[in-house]
Design a protein. Structure first.
Length: 157
């Protein structure tokens, strides 16, 4: 992990940068595990800055990892569902995902969540497994007519 990594709560002025981080992460990090067509389909799901900001009204906690720039973010819903976890390609391998997941795990009991669970990409699956998440099932589906998959994972708290 990088020594200058910090985690802070989301601020509305983060929204545009997080939208861009999401798409860049999908395109650059996801390319190792998904085809070009799958990456294009997945990238088409990039939430706009407005959509990201408006989601904050549903009770979720969004944490932002920062080094010199925004390094990643995580959305934790009150029931323990991790809706989004994305890391900037420049910060990949520096412990950003681990730090965000560990922080979310520490906060989850405050909302009464008894577990953390998520639907994670092939790319993210090893990070979750290293932190004690179990694979529940492979999820095959289509995005914009393109077959793609991810993994349902969970961890009891």
């Amino acid at each position: 992990m990088t020594d200058d990594l910090s985690v802070r709560p989301y601020r509305p002025d983060d929204a545009a940068a997080l939208s861009a981080l999401y798409e860049t992460s999908v395109r650059r990090l996801g390319a190792a595990d998904y085809s070009d067509a799958q990456i294009e389909a997945w990238a088409s799901l990039t939430p706009s800055a407005q959509a990201l900001d408006s989601r904050m009204g549903d009770g979720r906690t969004r944490l932002v990892a920062v080094t010199d720039d925004l390094a990643g973010f995580i959305d934790l819903e009150a029931d323990g569902h991790i809706d989004l976890l994305y890391v900037a390609p420049a910060a990949a391998g520096l412990g950003v995902a681990r730090t965000l997941l560990e922080t979310a795990e520490a906060l989850a009991p405050l909302t009464g969540a008894g577990r953390l669970y998520a639907e994670v990409s092939e790319t993210a699956r090893p990070v979750f497994e290293r932190l004690g998440f179990s694979v529940v099932a492979r999820r095959d589906f289509e995005v914009a007519g393109v077959p793609i998959h991810n993994w349902a994972v969970e961890k009891a708290l």
